[in-house]
Design a protein around this ligand. Structure first.
Ligand code: HEC
Ligand code: HEC
Length: 197
């Protein structure tokens, strides 16, 4: 390829990425996602997760697995019909745009419980896949820091009890099985109070 050709290809790549991000923003509003997840995915209503600044590959996979019923734990039923009406390209655009949004502020809560949760997060090997303080996930795994407390509690229990039992969720069953409900609450306190960098 000539130099000009390379330059044009790079420019086209940039504008394609920009167009995808613009589509994501428009789709998020048009498909009604904002009703539950908040305007930029950072201010969800109770029970719904923060999506802003989440790992793009993780988000895209969740959308597909929720749409096709692979991830079918209780509360997710409310959004299945909504996400089922998006195409794979639209999901990619949504995921890419959401990943670039400003993360949610950490929640305030019980400091003593959070400290116990921090120890549990380390002792049970969560760090190996989600990174110290849930801030540095491997590959297409999720960030956990500054996620909503109520959502985290529901998910950890659902993964432990194999209700949310996708292929990747099963990777962590041995780790979460060691946690009691009270300990899950402590871990959720810790993660929800941790600031995203
Ligand atoms: C009626 C409310 C509602 C609407 C509308 C909705 N969602 Fe959700 N969404 C939820 C709830 C509740 C969950 C968590 C389900 C659970 O507990 O398993 C969720 C989970 C998700 C997840 C998984 C996040 C994670 O951390 O694993 C993604 C991604 C997502 N929604 C994207 C979207 C997109 C994109 C749209 C619009 C096309 C949308 N949602 C519309 C309520 C909603
Ligand atoms: C072997 C790697 C691994 C370990 C260890 C691990 N996880 Fe995970 N975790 C994952 C993967 C992969 C997912 C995404 C599952 C999916 O795609 O459905 C996940 C998902 C989660 C979620 C759901 C996030 C969301 O947005 O819905 C929570 C909460 C979570 N892990 C907490 C923990 C805790 C707490 C521990 C320690 C007790 C832990 N994980 C240990 C790999 C791991």
């Amino acid at each position: 390829m000539t130099r000009l050709g390379v330059a044009l290809a790079i420019l086209a790549g940039f504008s394609a990425a920009q167009a995808l991000a613009d589509d994501g923003k428009a789709l998020f509003a048009a498909k009604g996602c904002t009703a539950c997840h908040g305007e930029s995915g950072a201010k969800p209503i109770a029970g719904s997760p923060v999506l802003a600044s989440q790992n793009a590959d993780y988000l895209a996979r969740q959308m597909t697995e929720i749409a096709d019923g692979t991830r079918a734990s209780g509360p997710v039923k409310v959004m299945k019909p909504v996400i089922a009406k998006t195409s794979p390209e639209e999901r990619k655009a949504l995921a890419q745009w959401l990943a670039g949004q400003k993360p949610a502020d950490p929640q305030t809560g019980d400091k003593a419980k959070a400290e116990k949760g921090a120890d549990l997060f380390e002792e049970n090997g969560c760090i190996g896949c989600h990174g110290a303080d849930g801030l540095k996930p491997l590959a297409d795994y999720p960030f956990l820091a500054a996620q909503r407390r109520d959502y985290l509690m529901v998910q950890i229990k659902a993964i432990r009890d194999e209700i949310r039992s996708t292929r990747r969720a099963r990777l962590m069953v041995a780790n979460v099985r060691k946690l009691s409900d009270a300990q899950i609450e402590q871990v959720a306190e810790f993660l929800s109070q941790t600031k995203r960098k």
